[in-house]
Write a protein that binds this ligand. Sequence first.
Ligand SMILES: NC(=O)c1ccc[n+]([C@@H]2O[C@H](COP(=O)([O-])OP(=O)(O)OC[C@H]3O[C@@H](n4cnc5c(N)ncnc54)[C@H](OP(=O)(O)O)[C@@H]3O)[C@@H](O)[C@H]2O)c1
Length: 245
Amino acid sequence: MKVLILGASGATGRLVLKHLLDRGMETKVVIRESAKIPDSHRDNKLLECIVGNISEFGMDEFYKLVADCDAVVSCLGHNISFKGIFGKPRKLVTNCIENICRAIMARNDTKTKLILMSTTAYRNTGMKEKYGCGDRMVLSTLYYLLPPHRDNVEAGLYLQNTIGAGDGKIEWVMVRPDGLFDEEEVSGYEVHQSPKRSSISDPGKTSRINVSDFMIKLLLDEKLWKEWRYKLPVLYNIELKTEGN
Ligand SMILES: NC(=O)c1ccc[n+]([C@@H]2O[C@H](COP(=O)([O-])OP(=O)(O)OC[C@H]3O[C@@H](n4cnc5c(N)ncnc54)[C@H](OP(=O)(O)O)[C@@H]3O)[C@@H](O)[C@H]2O)c1
């Protein structure tokens, strides 16, 4: 299996890349000229590194990107800076996902797995998930005020509503972490169909390494993939109870 990773220079994407290479899997990444890939990966024959800005790629480049890949993992996200949040490209994730899907659909061969890193702030419209009134108000306001949130929502809607379960050429999973943080090792985590807490007033925590671990398991474990395809699993780290709690 060869896996195309988008956002491989990011905090989560680089973990996905490392974990895939550690497992001896072929990978392809697209990174911006300014981005860094660890020196230890540079001479790795399993890694194909394309330098360029994916948000400026035309369809021909997308066709080439997916041509020899069996799976795509997107960990793309807007940089947390004024330019990253309010500047262009406002539809970084949505446009990339749409173009990747178009390129996959133009191929003649069999199915491709697509994993999108989304967020608990994306409501599963298919399951009519009910968020509290306060959460709905905050999230709808953020949709208009915060372009990266709108981008995540639109990318999710495209996968759920436009691609859907389709003809099976694209099988997707939208992984939804809650508040992201970094930790060194994979730890215990829970996977749910829907959020168990408010992402606004009572957010949980999800370590990026656990997100990466779950994504790799999805790719490698066919049973797990079948369990979650076309679904939007929510990940929470298991909080260790301290004395007195
Ligand atoms: N923060 C949270 O608590 C939270 C919770 C749930 C979900 N999420 C979502 O999770 C996703 C990934 O999070 P993360 O922390 O791993 O992200 P991150 O470290 O910010 O990585 C983002 C990736 O996207 C790339 N990128 C950003 N702007 C780009 C552009 N204009 N053109 C091309 N590539 C661009 C970055 O490339 P460079 O290295 O070149 O900048 C990087 O590889 C995001 O979509 C975020 O919304 C976040």
